[in-house]
Write a protein that binds this ligand. Structure first.
Ligand code: ATP
Ligand code: MG
Length: 415
């Protein structure tokens, strides 16, 4: 059965490709009805470098989700990340021209278009234009200017751009795996939907998505995205360090990280032994857990310091009233919160998706923040129903319908 009402999130990560299928229950509530994962082999630092390998992982993940849901799906909303992602803030101004100087949705579209009219190199594409606030005449801090009376309408927006070719390769993989892409969403923006509270976004919060290949950062201030960056480092480096230092293959280093890893020394009891499997017929060895922590902590600390170096010179660290929220698979590493608090000097917590009903709580872990966030993002954008009238398409270059106008989802952001 092919059902158009379902929403499918597809997170093509560097470590894992995850797919989540959601549908509405009898009460009209969205629930997760299928979840599938497959190891990812075709990405490097968040970007597709091998189409064949990626499309296989995509096929496997979606099939697994379909099997659980008992549905076939055809269209997905997918995430994008990678070092090519950039965010910038911009402002646009227009005169309100309508009768009675009442601000209409056309005025809102025009002012956002004006704010969007920054020079963007040919090899980059606008992925999102998220309104931060509107200013009507001199009155700032307006979330929704519709129907207000004014002469001059200004918009402050956060623009996220990415490489055209990276996005095209992503779409190509999904298409060749047999699915259409209805939308591409910045992965951290999707994760934010799944894990941040409205209060946190208002107070100022730094979301750090600790993935396998990338560390995505997103700052919210006064309810809207303010700063975006993607660092091309992640959990794979931690595993790599363990593999080298413990002289063990990547797979066993990964297993040791999962079972005995920690990135904050005060949490480790002295003398706890960890068994390292022998390689090439050699016997297994025992290593104290502190030693494993002494390998992991500097690398995670370095990743945090790189984040800090990005935001501190701009003064953003002082505006994190709600501190830091850690998500992504790396957030499962014991000590991730404690080390973050030490490096940044603000409070931190782990963020994971809430209970959306359906298949139980399997998706309520930080690894699934992005894929569940993609579902929530798509739901909000469609105005609560995935089969709602599509928004008008204001975009050109990439793919018809791939990324749509802002008129409607502007409302979604502030509702
Ligand atoms: N229990 C755990 N303890 C420590 N690390 C973990 C644990 N579970 C997952 N990880 C690490 O999390 C990383 C994968 O996280 P995630 O699934 O969020 O990445 P991804 O989305 O595939 O990659 P990216 O977002 O960077 O493209 C890997 O480096 C993995 O080793
Ligand atoms: Mg990820």
């Amino acid at each position: 059965m092919n059902d158009d009402r379902v929403i499918v999130g597809l997170d093509i990560g560097t470590t894992t490709v995850s797919a989540a299928i959601a549908d509405y229950d009898e009460d009209g509530q969205l629930e997760i009805i299928g979840l599938g994962t497959a190891p990812s082999h075709g990405l490097r630092r968040g970007v597709v470098i091998n189409i064949e390998a990626t499309l296989r992982s995509v096929g496997l993940a979606v099939e697994a989700a379909e099997q659980m849901a008992g549905r076939e799906v055809s269209t997905v909303v997918t995430g994008i990340a990678g070092g090519h992602i950039e965010g910038l803030n911009s402002r646009g101004v227009v005169a309100v021209t309508g009768r009675g100087r009442e601000i209409t949705s056309e005025d809102v579209d025009r002012v956002i278009d004006a704010a969007k009219a920054v020079v963007i190199p040919m090899d980059r594409e606008v992925i999102h234009v998220v309104p931060q606030e509107f200013i009507v005449d001199e009155q700032a801090g307006i979330r929704n200017p519709l129907d207000m009376i004014g002469v001059r309408l200004e918009a402050e927006v956060h623009i996220i751009t990415g490489s055209v070719t990276s996005a095209q390769n992503l779409v190509k993989c999904v298409n060749r795996a047999g699915f259409k892409v209805s939308d591409i969403v910045l992965e951290s923006l999707a994760s934010a939907r799944a894990v941040l509270t409205e209060d946190e976004k208002e107070l100022g919060v730094l979301l750090i998505d600790l993935g396998g290949g990338t560390t995505d950062i997103l700052i919210f201030r006064e309810g809207a995205p303010y700063y975006t960056s993607v660092l091309p480092v992640g959990g794979a480096q931690v595993t790599g360090d363990l593999s080298i230092m413990l002289k063990t293959p990547t797979e066993s280093a990964e297993q040791i990280k999962h079972e005995a890893g920690c990135c904050y020394l005060p949490l480790v009891e002295a003398g706890e032994p960890v068994i390292i499997p022998g390689v090439g017929g050699r016997p297994p060895a025992s290593v104290p857990r502190e030693e494993i922590c002494r390998i992991i902590q500097p690398r995670v600390g370095e990743i945090y310091s790189m984040v800090r170096e990005k935001i501190e010179p701009k003064g953003y660290l002082r505006h994190l009233g709600a501190g830091i929220v850690l998500t992504g698979g790396g957030a499962l590493l014991p000590g991730a919160v404690e080390l973050a608090q030490e490096v940044f000097g603000v409070s931190a917590r782990i963020g994971q998706p809430g209970n959306l009903g359906g298949i139980g709580t399997v998706y309520q872990t930080p690894e699934f923040s992005t894929v569940i966030g993609l579902v929530l993002y798509a739901e909000a954008k469609s105005g609560g129903r995935s089969d709602a009238v599509p928004e008008k398409d204001t975009r050109g270059r990439m793919q018809g319908g791939l990324l749509r106008g802002v008129g409607k989802w502007l409302r979604n952001f502030f509702e």
